[in-house]
Design a protein around this ligand. Structure first.
Ligand code: FES
Ligand SMILES: [Fe+2]
Length: 439
C-alpha cells in the first residue's frame, strides 16, 4: 500500500500550560526516571527520521509507567461525553477515568460544571458511575427534580450546591461540536489559567473547524444509541492502533480497505493532534460522488471521524438526495491498566434515520436498514477487527520476558503518526518526572 509520508502543515499555537499536582503517587521516582530515559532513547528521533526510532517496549505498558500515565491523564484535556446528554438543567453524566471519578452536570441556569464525584466528608461516591452502580446514589440527583437544586450525599446527608462556589473539587469543562471535554484540575482560583487551558483545547481542535466549516454540524443529531465497547488492553495500544495507517490493508481488508482509495492516504501531524485523510470510493461506499474521510485524533482520549460527501467533483446529486455527511466520535476511556472502554457516538444530518413501512417492520426484528443503521453496523465491524488486534497486542506485551535480541519494536513508514503519538507520551512522562523531582 502506498501511503504518503507526513505532510507538514502550520501548527496551531499550543500553550504549554501544565499545572502539576504536588507529590503525585508515582512510586519510586528514581526508578521511573531510569525507565523513561530508556524509553526516550528509543524514540529520540524527529518526524523526518522516525524510521530509525524504536517503538515502545513492553515495559511501557507495565505497572510502574501506569502510575505516571494516570498523572498524564489529569494534565490533558479528556473527551468525556456527548452534549446531547447535557441539555436541560440538572442533566448529568458520571464516569470513571483511570480511578478519577467525574460528574459533569448542568446547573439551574444551564451552565456546565465538572466536579470530582466524591463527597468531601468521608469520600463516598456521590452519583454512581456506570462501572459501580451499587456504590453511588442516583436518587440524590433525582431529588433535584423537587427543586432542591442540590446534591445530597446519602451517607451522612451532606449537601452540595451545584454552582461555582461548590466545595466539591471543581474541574475545567468545555465543548466542541457534539463532544464534552474536561481537564481534571481545580483551577477556580486561577481564572487566567482556565482561559489559557480553554484556548489550548480550542487551538488543538482548530483543524476540525476548517474541515467542518461547510457541514452545518449544528443541525446534526446525535443518535440515541451510544455504544460502549470494552477492550482488554492498555489504552495506548488502542490509541496507537488508531494512529497506525499501516494496519488498514491487512486488518480491515474486508471492510475499511475496500472503501478507501489507499494510494491517496495522507497523514498530518499537528502536535499532539493528528489527522489522517483519504478519499472514499463512490462504488463501495454508496455515497454519490464519493467522500473524503478525516480521522482526527486528540490524544489521549478523543477521536473524531468525519465522512464528508465529496464537494470537489461537481457530480450533480439526484433530486431530493439527502446529505450524506456523517461524524462518529470515539471517547477512549482507560479504566485500568489493561482495561479500556471506547464509547462510540454517532452524529448524522437530518434524514439519516428515515424508514419506509417495510424497513420499520424489519427494524422491530433488529434489522436496521436505515442509512444510520448501516453506518453503525459497519463501524462496529471495523471496531471488532481493531479490538481483536489490540487485545492480541496486549497479550504480546503481558507475556514479554524481555529476552528478545532487541526488546523494542520498529516502525513501518505509514506508522508515522503512531511514532508521533508514542513520542508525545514519553515526553509527557519525562515532564512528569522532572516536576516530581522538584518536589
Ligand atoms: S460521606 Fe458523604 S456525608 Fe459522610
Ligand atoms: Fe483499525
Amino acid at each position: 500500500m502506498a501511503i504518503d509520508p507526513v505532510q507538514r502543515i502550520a501548527l496551531p499555537t499550543v500553550a504549554q500550560s501544565y499545572v502539576f499536582r504536588k507529590n503525585p503517587n508515582l512510586g519510586n521516582v528514581d526508578e521511573l526516571e531510569k525507565t523513561v530515559k530508556v524509553l526516550k532513547q528509543g524514540l529520540y528521533f524527529d518526524l523526518e527520521h522516525f524510521q530509525s526510532a524504536k517503538a515502545l517496549p513492553a515495559e511501557f505498558y507495565g505497572e510502574q509507567v501506569w502510575k505516571a500515565l494516570r498523572v498524564m491523564l489529569r494534565q490533558n484535556w479528556l473527551a468525556v461525553g456527548h452534549t446531547k446528554d447535557l441539555v436541560k438543567p440538572f442533566d448529568y453524566i458520571t464516569l470513571n477515568f483511570a480511578g478519577g471519578l467525574l460528574l459533569v452536570i448542568k446547573d439551574e441556569k444551564g451552565k456546565l460544571h465538572a466536579f470530582k464525584n466524591r463527597c468531601t466528608h468521608e469520600k463516598k461516591i456521590l452519583v454512581a458511575p456506570p462501572e459501580y452502580p451499587e456504590k453511588g446514589n442516583l436518587s440524590a440527583v433525582k431529588r433535584l427534580d423537587n427543586n432542591k437544586k442540590i446534591l445530597k450525599c446519602f451517607y451522612h446527608g451532606m449537601k452540595f450546591k451545584i454552582n461555582d462556589e461548590s466545595p466539591l473539587t471543581k474541574y475545567v469543562v468545555d465543548t466542541w461540536g457534539p463532544l464534552v471535554f474536561v481537564l481534571m484540575q481545580d483551577l477556580r482560583n486561577r481564572p487566567e489559567q482556565i482561559e489559557l487551558e480553554k484556548n489550548r483545547l480550542q487551538a488543538m481542535l482548530a483543524p476540525l473547524n476548517e474541515i467542518t466549516k461547510d457541514m452545518d454540524i449544528s443541525s446534526f443529531q446525535t443518535d440515541d444509541e451510544e455504544w460502549n465497547d470494552s477492550l482488554k488492553c492498555h489504552f495506548a495500544l488502542f490509541d496507537g492502533n488508531y494512529c497506525d495507517a499501516a494496519h488498514i490493508l491487512e486488518t480491515h481488508f474486508k471492510t475499511l480497505a475496500k472503501t478507501l482509495v489507499l494510494p491517496e492516504y495522507k497523514c498530518q501531524y499537528f502536535g499532539p493532534a493528528s489527522l489522517q485523510t483519504c478519499p472514499v470510493k463512490e462504488e463501495t461506499s454508496g455515497i454519490p460522488g464519493g467522500a473524503m474521510a478525516y480521522y482526527f485524533k486528540l490524544p489521549p482520549t478523543a477521536a473524531i471521524n468525519i465522512y464528508k460527501q465529496n464537494r470537489d467533483r461537481n457530480i450533480p446529486l439526484p433530486p431530493r438526495a439527502i446529505n450524506m455527511d456523517s461524524i462518529d466520535t470515539n471517547i477512549v476511556r482507560p479504566i485500568d491498566r489493561k482495561d479500556t472502554v471506547v464509547t462510540f457516538g454517532f452524529h448524522f444530518p437530518p434524514g439519516w434515520h428515515k424508514l419506509g413501512i417495510l424497513k420499520k417492520l424489519l427494524k422491530l426484528f433488529g434489522w436496521d436498514m436505515s442509512l444510520s443503521g448501516k453506518y453503525k453496523a459497519s463501524s462496529k465491524r471495523i471496531q471488532y477487527e481493531d479490538r481483536d488486534r489490540c487485545e492480541n497486542a496486549q497479550l504480546g506485551v503481558e507475556n514479554d520476558l524481555g529476552d528478545d535480541i532487541d526488546n523494542f519494536g520498529h516502525f513501518l513508514k505509514p506508522e508515522i503518526l503512531k511514532f508521533a503519538f508514542q513520542k508525545w507520551m514519553v515526553l509527557e512522562l519525562e515532564q512528569i518526572v522532572v516536576e516530581a523531582k522538584k518536589g
